[in-house]
Design a protein around this ligand. Structure first.
Ligand SMILES: O=C(O)[C@H](O)[C@@H](O)[C@H](O)[C@H](O)COP(=O)(O)O
Length: 266
């Protein structure tokens, strides 16, 4: 059970004793959305990020989920990817493949990774084209509000600076509204070249989860979630919304330690 669960300005906050508790509940949350999406549309489209997220999804590879989840209906995407070879230690594809995708029966052709043989600009363009084809064939559904792709679930981590996907503080791509996928060549977090979903795609998703553990993220979580006043610098994680669907924050106590008004039940 979550130590604390509440809604703050449309954000569903779920705080757990530690990362292990969080892992169990995150797996359950993902499995439920997968089941509902497959029931409704016959497929489940999920966008991953890099970082600690993949490890925190680890319980999906264990019983009961390894057997109960309808893996062949999953389509995997990346909310952001580092522009390096897929075999490179920095690749988010490699991270997900080693930690998750190789352990469950996902169909190879349903793993939609980036073209790693071209420039960041071309990789972003190619990835948007791929997503457009899958919107056309209705593998990915579409938002009725803005014609953006509507992923069933977008899973994001958050950096200590409040970045999500590869949307970093004060970067011009935070304001990109016309493209679905864009690129940067100056990421403050290494490696510098990345592609990323833009905010319109993130907030068109049916479900978004921001998954955050550890005390180094506590200040950014506070700035992203609490009422901090107009003079405070807006962290990218705060810009996830207003959502067409639902936004859930999964946190451990350390990441939630600076949130205002959060009291943990005994
Ligand atoms: O490619 C990346 O670097 C990630 O997609 C990035 O957005 C990550 O999710 C956050 O930096 C959090 O990473 P940690 O959970 O490891 O802190």
């Amino acid at each position: 059970m979550a130590l604390y669960r509440d809604k703050k300005d449309g954000k569903d906050l779920r705080i757990y004793e530690n990362a292990d508790e969080l892992r169990g509940h995150l797996a359950e949350y993902i499995a439920e959305i997968s089941e509902a999406s497959i029931k409704e549309r016959g497929v489940f489209t999920v966008a991953l990020s890099g970082g600690s997220l993949i490890n925190l999804m680890g319980k999906l590879c264990e019983a009961p989920y390894n057997k109960t989840v309808d893996w062949v209906k999953w389509h995997i995407f990346w909310a952001d990817e580092r522009v390096v070879a897929k075999s490179h230690a920095d690749s988010n594809y490699k991270l997900a493949k080693d930690g998750l995708l190789s352990k469950v029966p996902i169909v190879h052709s349903h793993v939609h990774s980036i073209n790693d043989t071209v420039t960041a600009e071309q990789a972003a363009e190619d990835y948007e084209f791929l997503i457009r084809q899958l919107v056309k064939t209705r593998v990915i559904s579409v938002s009725e509000i803005n014609d953006c792709p509507k992923f069933d679930l977008v899973l994001l981590g958050m950096g200590p600076d409040g970045h999500v996907a590869s949307l970093f503080p004060n970067h011009p791509v935070l304001n990109e509204k016309s493209q679905w996928v864009t690129f940067i060549t100056d990421s403050p977090k290494s490696p510098p070249e990345r592609i990323t979903f833009t905010f319109p795609v993130i907030y068109s998703a049916s479900n978004v989860a921001i998954v955050v553990t550890g005390g180094s993220k506590a200040e950014a979580a506070h700035l992203a979630i609490d009422e901090v006043g107009p003079n405070c610098q807006e962290v990218p994680a705060r810009m996830v919304g207003p959502m067409e669907g639902s936004l859930v924050w999964f946190m451990d106590i350390a990441a939630a330690s600076k949130l205002e008004g959060v009291k943990f039940s005994e």
